[in-house]
Design a protein around this ligand. Structure first.
Ligand SMILES: *[C@@H]1O[C@H](CO)[C@@H](O)[C@H](O)[C@H]1NC(C)=O
Ligand SMILES: *[C@@H]1O[C@H](CO)[C@@H](O)[C@H](O)[C@H]1NC(C)=O
Ligand SMILES: *[C@@H]1O[C@H](CO)[C@@H](O)[C@H](O)[C@H]1NC(C)=O
Ligand SMILES: *[C@@H]1O[C@H](CO)[C@@H](O)[C@H](O)[C@H]1NC(C)=O
Ligand SMILES: *[C@@H]1O[C@H](CO)[C@@H](O)[C@H](O)[C@H]1NC(C)=O
Ligand SMILES: *[C@@H]1O[C@H](CO)[C@@H](O)[C@H](O)[C@H]1NC(C)=O
Ligand SMILES: *[C@@H]1O[C@H](CO)[C@@H](O)[C@H](O)[C@H]1NC(C)=O
Ligand SMILES: *[C@@H]1O[C@H](CO)[C@@H](O)[C@H](O)[C@H]1NC(C)=O
Ligand SMILES: *[C@@H]1O[C@H](CO)[C@@H](O)[C@H](O)[C@H]1NC(C)=O
Length: 501
């Protein structure tokens, strides 16, 4: 009896741990606005072949729900904007839909999310007014059959819900959507549902060729963009856009709502003017995206925060209106051949970020002068660094950004760090006869930017940064290691316990 109890306890703990160990996930959007797509049964095989575990569909098509039964693949299903009116008007409509269209296929088909309306703020018919009432009715219907914890209810947004997204710390919702957003955010917070956002660095790049670099949009940037309010470094636009949303949520004091990216991607082909829409760029974006997400590194404002992301889209969709790129977001052609190779596990052959500055970004620690060192030691180490040490000490000259505060400690810190970063960031490069100490917080302040190993000096010199902490990659690696280690150890311990009898 005791053993059996122990076993049950162990299994339930194991399940909880598996959830805990799950990490960020990558899914794919299965849009079907086309007349030449394979049947859902064939799509199941394709999805399984490529190891795709999460799929988003935009409706609750019965053929699709049936096809994915017993595959273990998790589905996000949707209620379209056209159907919002009946769902918002009567509870019975939501009850009936759930009973007739979902329950017959559940739980064989693993449905985990229902999106009620999509990007409604872009929709002309005042759809946003109906979203929350419809979500509420769908939730009530789920509650009646006890599925509200297993199937989460939310709705998707375009980045257009924000009126400001740069710098990320200034992220703010467009106040003309306030009457829609307030009850929506309360709903999400109360029900622990994610805020779903569709994010397209491609459009940001295409529509603003002068201000946005392609490398930044493709996760290939060798220099960083610094948020002047927080000092956080951004190496890609994806993170910057997500953090803009985090800051917008925080500004309204919704700190617990998680973000989920329900669409992102890159088109492989476009009209002659859409020069960035190439298969190479699409492969680079999606490969780097997968690697970035699977890595669980989070965003600069929320390091280590899990982020589930869906790539748009599974197939090229020939019936989509608009520019040529609209019909070329697919990872696969309708004949199921790949438009370009993509490894969904994030571990295969991938593009190495470009190496324009000669070193990859490795900015994990800084070296400053120890407050315990004597003035004499500091002065001679400073003289040495600016002389034989080959450090460019012009920023600590009068009227330059790092002159103030005009103290030996501050000037030595700046010079020590330059020397340290230029010389491989090794412990030895920070010794200075004991006058140097390594720190994992960015010592930059105001316009005085402390370099890191990968900093492009020209790009960094005239960017501003105030003194704030920037999270240390070393710490992240460490805590990631500890977390994984704990997970693995606990899981194997429990499995061991479970096997006793
Ligand atoms: C849109 O919805 C709001 C709030 O329900 C309502 O006041 C307004 O009249 C609606 N506008 C249209 C054009 O239906
Ligand atoms: C806010 O939304 C309104 C209505 O959709 C739109 O007209 C306006 O341009 C938006 N403002 C900003 C700053 O995006
Ligand atoms: C692009 O940069 C110019 C000059 O810095 C600025 O005036 C403009 O607002 C920027 N455009 C966008 C879309 O950020
Ligand atoms: C993965 O995470 C580690 C530690 O956080 C970091 O050093 C590495 O650069 C990350 N790789 C990518 C591709 O983001
Ligand atoms: C640094 O960045 C600037 C502007 O982005 C670029 O022009 C320059 O070539 C870069 N320098 C190096 C060494 O990468
Ligand atoms: C980065 O640049 C250095 C120096 O130019 C070079 O030795 C190294 O091979 C490059 N690394 C990559 C990954 O391109
Ligand atoms: C990154 O830092 C580690 C540890 O300080 C060092 O071994 C490695 O050579 C560095 N890599 C680059 C490219 O600077
Ligand atoms: C200064 O010395 C104290 C006592 O020896 C030590 O605890 C502290 O860490 C030192 N501070 C620095 C910046 O080296
Ligand atoms: C940044 O510095 C470079 C080189 O010093 C200069 O050419 C450029 O105009 C500066 N850019 C800004 C935005 O200050």
């Amino acid at each position: 009896m005791a053993t059996r109890f122990k076993l049950i306890f162990a299994i339930s703990l194991l399940l909880r741990l598996l959830v805990f160990c799950r990490g960020s996930t990558i899914g794919v959007c299965y849009g079907r606005n086309a007349d030449d797509l394979p049947t859902p049964d064939k799509v199941v095989q394709l999805v399984q072949q490529h190891n795709i575990k999460y799929l988003r569909i935009y409706d609750s098509n019965i053929q699709v729900l049936k096809a994915f039964a017993n595959t273990g693949i998790e589905l996000m299903i949707g209620i379209s904007n056209y159907d919002l009116l009946p769902f918002s008007q009567f509870q019975s409509n939501a009850d009936t839909w759930l009973k007739n269209s979902i329950l017959p296929y559940y739980p064989a088909t693993r449905i985990t999310y229902i999106t009620v309306g999509a990007e409604v703020t872009e929709s002309p018919n005042n759809a946003s007014a109906m979203v929350v009432p419809a979500m509420q009715n769908v939730l009530t219907a789920l509650k009646k059959i006890g599925l509200h914890k297993k199937i989460k209810v939310s709705t998707t947004h375009s980045l257009g819900v924000l009126s400001r997204s740069f710098p990320p710390s200034a992220g703010a919702f467009n106040s003309s959507h306030a009457s829609f957003l307030k009850p929506l955010l309360e709903f999400l917070a109360e029900n622990q549902s994610p805020f779903m956002i569709d994010i397209y660095p491609y459009y940001a790049y295409r529509d603003s060729l002068t201000n946005v670099s392609l490398d930044y949009a493709l996760f290939k940037s060798s220099s960083e963009v610094i948020d002047p309010n927080t000092g956080l470094l951004y190496t890609n636009m994806f993170d910057a856009q997500i953090d803009a949303l985090y800051f917008a949520l925080m500004a309204l004091n919704f700190r617990t709502i998680k973000i989920m990216v329900t669409e992102t991607g890159w088109p492989s082909k476009g009209s002659p003017k859409e020069t960035a829409a190439t298969a190479d760029n699409a492969q680079t974006y999606n490969t780097n995206l997968i690697r970035h997400v699977i890595n669980n590194s989070g965003t600069p404002a929320k390091p280590e925060e899990e982020l589930d992301v869906y790539i748009f889209s599974l197939f090229n969709e020939n019936r989509k209106p608009g520019l040529a790129s609209e019909r070329n977001w697919g990872l696969f052609y309708p004949d199921q051949t790949s438009v370009y190779n993509l490894d969904f596990t994030g571990r295969g052959v991938v593009d190495v970020p470009t190496n324009a500055s000669g070193t990859t970004f490795n900015g994990t620690s800084w070296c400053i002068a120890s407050s315990n060192a004597s003035q004499l030691d500091l002065q001679s180490a400073l003289d040495w660094a600016c002389g034989s040490g080959n450090v460019d000490c012009s920023p600590i000259q009068p009227s330059q950004p790092c002159f103030e505060p005009d103290t030996l400690l501050s000037h030595a810190s700046y010079a020590f760090n330059c020397y340290y970063q230029q010389n491989g960031a090794t412990d030895i490069a920070c010794s200075f006869g004991g006058a140097g100490v390594k720190v994992d917080k960015d010592p930059s302040y105001d316009k005085c930017l402390y370099m890191t190993a990968g900093t492009n000096k020209t790009a960094a010199r005239n960017m501003t940064a105030s003194a704030t902490t920037s999270s240390s990659t070393e710490n992240k690696v460490f805590s990631w290691f500890i977390n994984s280690f704990l997970c693995v150890t606990l899981v194997s311990y429990i499995l061991g316990t479970g096997n006793v009898k």
